[in-house]
Design a protein around this ligand. Sequence first.
Ligand SMILES: Nc1ncnc2c1ncn2[C@@H]1O[C@H](COP(=O)(O)OP(=O)(O)OP(=O)(O)O)[C@@H](O)[C@H]1O
Length: 614
Amino acid sequence: MRTSWADSVASSPSEIPVSDNSSAPRPTRSAYVPPHLRNRQASDAPSLPGPATERPGFSGTASGSRWNGGGAPNPEPGHSGSGYGYTGALVGRGGSGGGWNNRNRGWDKRERDVNPFDDVVEQASGEQENTGINFDAYEDIPVETSGENVPRPVNTFAEIDLGELLNQNIRRCKYVKPTPIQRHAIPIALAGRDLMACAQTGSGKTAAFCFPIISGIMREQYVQRPRVGRAVYPLALILSPTRELSCQIHDEAKKFSYQTGVKVVVAYGGAPINQQLRELDRGVDILVATPGRLVDLLERAILSLMMIRYLALDEADRMLDMGFEPQIRKIVEQMDMPNRGVRQTMLFSATFPREIQRLASDFLSNYIFLAVGRVGSSTDLIVQRVEFVIESDKRSHLMDLLHAQRENGAHGKQALTLVFVETKKGADSLEHWLCMNGFPATTIHGDRTQQERELALRSFKTGKTPILVATDVAARGLDIPHVAHVVNFDLPNDIDDYVHRIGRTGRAGKSGLATAFFNEGNLSMARPLAELMQEANQEVPAWLTRYASWAPYGGSKNRRSGGGSFGGRDFRRESIFGKNLDYYGGGGNSDSAAYGVPSNYGGGYAPGVTSAWD
Ligand SMILES: Nc1ncnc2c1ncn2[C@@H]1O[C@H](COP(=O)(O)OP(=O)(O)OP(=O)(O)O)[C@@H](O)[C@H]1O
């Protein structure tokens, strides 16, 4: 039976305390700036954020309140019960009616927020999201941290001072307790530290970077933003590699920031720019974007990055590989974004090849490296199978799988199945063939219009077309509940891509199945695939082990060292043992002394705190 989130929260042992106004520090009114004075400050130079460690409220530990002394404004009358009010971070738009240049409008906006919790897409199974989640499956995962003075992890949301409005939304999402990546990453981010974080697919990384950003913006003092020309000045930028992923992060961030007054806008290519401009014009605190559209907006001077306090790269290794790196460098280093150390930078992914870690360190300052599980490992919630199938047999083999699945499915219903192929043409042709053979399918790839892509995704999510044939455009980040089976019809050439693809199932503590078709065209994948499967306690067929022993090591971007040592760690750590100290300190930061002594190593918790592997 379906229950509302309120019911479920009432019956669940929620760990988030109800705000207690008597004990909670009361926001003071000192930061209040009357509306008539705000518009006069047009010529004021914008107050650029100070270095992370100097930011008010960032210096303390993650626990304990950061709300006192911050001068957060008092909520408007009638909102006092809500605990902490949004400060109404401002975009002065010179009387444009942008609607965000005073706090009253901020609160009006809050009241007008469309309730994102009413807009749950009807899922294929008819279940509501997040029921039956078993995050205990992640509890035994080893955690590695390295860096200076790593803040302690928390066990409950109650231990973190995110603000009552955000806490309410966490309850609405039915998140009862933080996932391991959230337990570790949120305190680190709330302490203002730069972070390179790696955790398995489907383990809750989105919330791990969204919560601290939203909470940080909520607790910022009144932020005066400049008014120069038409530009808008977001405070946070979240970049992701695909349009669909940006939309998904935007939807999630909107849920988390519901009624907090924090305004989230998405900008991505392939969709009409005018609507995105209108949204931006209404004001933006957090901008979620794909790099191409962002550069377009920057070049049109519609957007300025000079007020960015938080920069998050989701799928960061993808964002920094050869395809995207020049664009990211341009955005981060050649536009007007505050330098590293001034802004706070957070990089998240399930995979982080060493070479990319090294590159990424250019964007970070004195950062903490966090790995929940081995870097690049797959979750053992996914049962992985690999079958030897020659090219010409692939279709009939797929058909057999789909028939078997239909027979085993509830009421003969087809379980959601995601089929990855190599090429766009191959995707269209397979989709056509499936439809002709009685299996409703749709497709998502780069040659389809954005509208077609979005329709396809929706049709798949709702179960109307329970088979989605996709290229790698759907490999990363997409969180589609109830995907029961991922088929690698064509294996990718890189094991990290395989990890992301199969990660579309077995998410949020649920189990899933992944089947790969392997043949002699995939020799370079034999070894990394066998190693990955072995590591995830999967049955490795004897023939694959044989191929693995013959095949040259391939299928990875310098990700693993091959042989025994599994190179899934902070590359600074590997450098130190290889006497290569250049990288310590997170890309040239002067606070690097602590890294110079290998014996200091062991996770980087503050003295007296036990091992980083817990
Ligand atoms: N604390 C929590 N409690 C319950 N569900 C959660 C929690 N945190 C996240 N989730 C849910 O877990 C699912 C996976 O989260 P998310 O998409 O952030 O994973 P991810 O780690 O970013 O995966 P990927 O590497 O594939 O991008 C989502 O449906 C999300 O709503």
